[in-house]
Design a protein. Structure first.
Length: 230
């Protein structure tokens, strides 16, 4: 009989307490007791206790979303519809809204806000990567930043949505994506405008040298040196 990994045992025990006690130390202690995991081992795996388990829960949801995207045939969809499908899949995979609601309460605290922002960034990065994004300049950042705003707003709407099958949420999501498409259209028109194009030549040159982070550096971005910088 295959044994459930310690991480999964802890998380499975934890989520039964979160709706009542939140992602808290009390829930974490209860999860340790119920999963029969050694306290020292549990705290070695999750040094910050419930906070680290909340992040593990979020990453598990991201992984499930990516698996669904990889299994789905998206070839006939417009790209905007692929994005909507991905966001919808991420939310549909949540087994209990209260787990997300309690998580948002936790990551709204100033101490943990950076962790929450990093978790959202991880979600939108997973979406763009799964959809085949190959951008290697400032667009890598703007795509994720824009989708992060759309995703965060949609989650907030979804938490309060009691419409059948969350239809109101999916309509809200479509409207937010429409807004983004309008912005992209305006940006394209600006690029085609010879006056604006000339004015933005300098800033665009600088932005073109901003590259996505390398996997091994740990820094949030990288600068592409030019001959004049050497």
């Amino acid at each position: 009989m295959t044994q459930t990994p310690i991480e999964d045992r802890l998380l499975n025990a934890m989520i039964s307490h979160v709706p009542f006690d939140g992602w808290s130390e009390a829930s974490f202690r209860a999860a340790i007791s119920e999963s029969d995991v050694n306290d020292t081992v549990a705290r070695a795996l999750y040094p910050r206790g419930a906070v680290d388990l909340a992040l593990a829960y979020h990453r598990k949801g991201d992984a499930a979303m990516v698996a669904r995207l990889n299994e789905a045939d998206l070839s006939a969809m417009r790209f905007r519809d692929r994005i909507a499908f991905a966001v919808r899949a991420r939310l549909e995979l949540v087994e209990d809204k209260e787990l997300v609601r309690r998580g948002m309460t936790l990551f709204a605290l100033p101490t943990y806000a950076p962790d929450g922002a990093k978790a959202v960034w991880g979600t939108v990065d997973a979406i763009w990567t799964a959809l085949g994004d190959t951008s290697d300049d400032v667009n890598w950042y703007t795509k994720r930043g824009t989708l992060g705003a759309v995703y965060s707003a949609t989650v907030l709407y979804w938490l309060g949505d009691d419409s059948p099958d969350h239809q109101a949420t999916w309509e809200f999501l479509d409207r937010r994506i429409d807004n983004v498409m309008q912005i992209e259209k305006a940006k394209a028109q600006a690029r085609d405008n010879p006056v604006l194009s000339k004015l933005m030549a300098g800033p665009n040159l600088l932005l073109s040298r901003l590259k996505p982070p390398r996997p091994t550096t740990g820094f949030p971005g990288r600068w592409q040196p030019q001959d004049s910088d050497k």
